[in-house]
Ligand binder design. Structure first.
Ligand SMILES: Cc1cc2nc3c(=O)[nH]c(=O)nc-3n(C[C@H](O)[C@H](O)[C@H](O)COP(=O)(O)OP(=O)(O)OC[C@H]3O[C@@H](n4cnc5c(N)ncnc54)[C@H](O)[C@@H]3O)c2cc1C
Length: 468
């Protein structure tokens, strides 16, 4: 077997359940390639490069050489086809606009066969459709349909593989990210620990940011270091085994596993939306919101939001967690995003861009859907008029203030009663906690009721415009 076949990696940095790799390994000597496509500075890009270093080391242990290139993907691929006499290319389908553009160009311009396999999702976009063959706009119906669909089981690591061996490319500079340790092995370890030890409490505690109740797999999933089909099948297998010994604890676990699977399907829903409506990255999915009157971005308010200096401890805790770690808990993503779009009336795209730069787990489909969901502009979104109250959210989901005190340490001595609303604390209590409002910690940058009314007014105007 002397034929060289190229495997182009893109956000599928693993060997297990890698359909492109499995197929290629049957055809010839595998030449693995990673192209560093764009170099906008972001934490997710830094993480991705660390994941590539890990993949490079894994492939090297198996006797292969991962080619690492940066620049125009098509030119790079053409050069490699020429230099290494590549007979065919195996890669996974992409659903982001630049990926789809590249797929089209590869099909049009390359002289060798190119195989695009499904390796990023549970199902291929276009297979989960309504009876009218239209894309789903309501999550519950989409979820039901996914459950009725047969999802392909994950594939094993290819056992007999011949790897291309050549000059070793310099790994990326290590920027010392510590929050997520990249790599397929780390991802599998984290997943199985969560599945076997912690998933039972997922349903009960997943909304509480001070509790480690979620999987923390997002950076791995976003980079394809673990496949969602593997997550799906292993979770279902636990459900199946547990069904044998049904009792209360297992009923609870079953509910938790179902809720976890639902999150994977939210991701699926996000990708299906991106596939059918790629304009959602920039445009509201609900056309009526194109006329919504966002306020011109006030750079000082926007900076206070980014820096965690809004005067609302739950918002500030989330924004500081993001800035310090590159991660933020889902409940707090919803609260902080809502505060930006509804309390400050700043366009959701500003927040989407900021999250894109800061989130280690940035995922174009999930981030876009997340922002459009919060802004009320997406499909099956939280309605615009439902405005999160940052104090009530904090009191409900961080009632003893553990999360707020962790990320806003200047409030750590404040009585729990006031932790979500320090401006209501009597002066002697503030003094006792060594807090001088306006100096140690800001007053709220907007007053909740005023901001709420302003947002609802803007929404009402939209309704009038629609009638005109
Ligand atoms: C404004 C906003 C922006 C977001 N941006 C991103 C993003 O860039 N990247 C990202 O992966 N998630 C994003 N999310 C979704 C969610 O917050 C994260 O996936 C989750 O917090 C990751 O933590 P976890 O892995 O512990 O999640 P778990 O609760 O353990 O969920 C398991 C996996 O399911 C998927 N998932 C969970 N919740 C959602 C969701 N609401 N939508 C889509 N997929 C989900 C993720 O892949 C996650 O890793 C965003 C949500 C909001 C509200």
């Amino acid at each position: 077997m002397t034929k060289h076949v190229l495997v182009l990696f893109h956000k599928d940095y693993r060997l297990l359940d890698h359909p492109a790799l499995s197929e290629a390994s049957k055809q010839g000597i595998v030449v693995p390639l990673y192209i560093d496509e764009y170099s906008t500075a972001s934490r997710s890009k830094t993480y991705e490069r660390m994941a590539i270093n890990t993949l490079q080391a894994t492939i090297a242990q198996l006797g292969g050489t991962l080619l690492i290139r940066s620049g125009n993907p098509l030119t790079i691929i053409k050069n490699i086809i020429h230099d290494l006499h590549i007979a065919a290319i195996y890669t996974h389908e992409r659903y982001d606009p630049s990926g789809r553009h590249l797929m089209k160009k590869m099909e049009e311009e390359l002289s060798i066969p190119v195989f695009f396999l499904q390796g990023r999702l549970l199902t291929t976009p276009g297979t989960i459709m309504t009876n009218q063959e239209t894309p789903y706009k309501v999550f519950t119906s989409f979820w039901k349909k996914v459950q009725q669909t047969s999802i392909l089981p994950p594939q094993k690591k290819p056992t007999h593989m011949e790897w291309f061996h050549g000059d070793v490319d310099k790994p990326f500079k290590d920027h010392g990210l510590t929050y997520f340790q990249p790599g397929e092995q780390q991802a599998l370890k984290k997943w199985r620990q969560f599945l076997y030890d912690n998933i039972v409490d997922y349903e009960t505690y997943r909304d509480f940011p001070a509790i480690d109740a979620t999987s923390m797999l997002s950076a791995y999933v976003a980079n394809g270091e673990i496949s969602v089909r593997l997550l799906w099948y292993e979770a279902i297998e636990v459900l199946r085994i547990d069904d044998i010994e049904a009792n209360d604890k297992h009923t609870h676990k079953k509910k938790s596993i179902e809720t976890f699977l639902k999150q994977l399907v939210w991701r699926e829903f996000a990708y299906h939306q991106l596939y059918f409506f790629p304009e959602i990255i920039q445009q509201p999915l609900q056309a009526k919101f194109r006329q919504f009157e966002w306020l011109p971005t006030d750079s000082s308010l926007f900076t206070q939001w980014k820096e965690g200096q809004t005067g609302y401890p739950i918002v500030d805790a989330g924004m500081r967690e993001l800035k310090q770690t590159g991660y933020m808990h889902n409940r707090v993503r919803m609260i902080t995003a809502s505060f930006l779009v509804k309390h400050l009336l700043i366009h959701w795209r500003e927040g989407q861009d900021y999250f894109e730069k800061q989130l280690i787990d940035h995922d174009i489909a999930n981030n876009t859907m997340g922002w459009q969901w919060v802004a009320g502009t997406g499909f099956d979104a939280s309605p615009f008029f439902r405005i999160f109250h940052p104090v009530k959210q904090a009191e409900k989901f961080d009632s003893d203030g553990t999360y707020m005190k962790k990320w806003v340490p200047e409030l750590r001595d404040l009585e729990t009663t006031y932790i979500a609303k320090p401006w209501e604390a009597p002066s002697h209590i503030l003094a006792h906690a060594h807090i001088q409002l306006g100096i140690d910690y800001p007053y709220p940058i907007v007053e909740h009721n005023t901001a709420r009314e302003r947002a609802l007014l803007a929404f009402d105007k939209l309704k009038t415009k629609k009638k005109e």
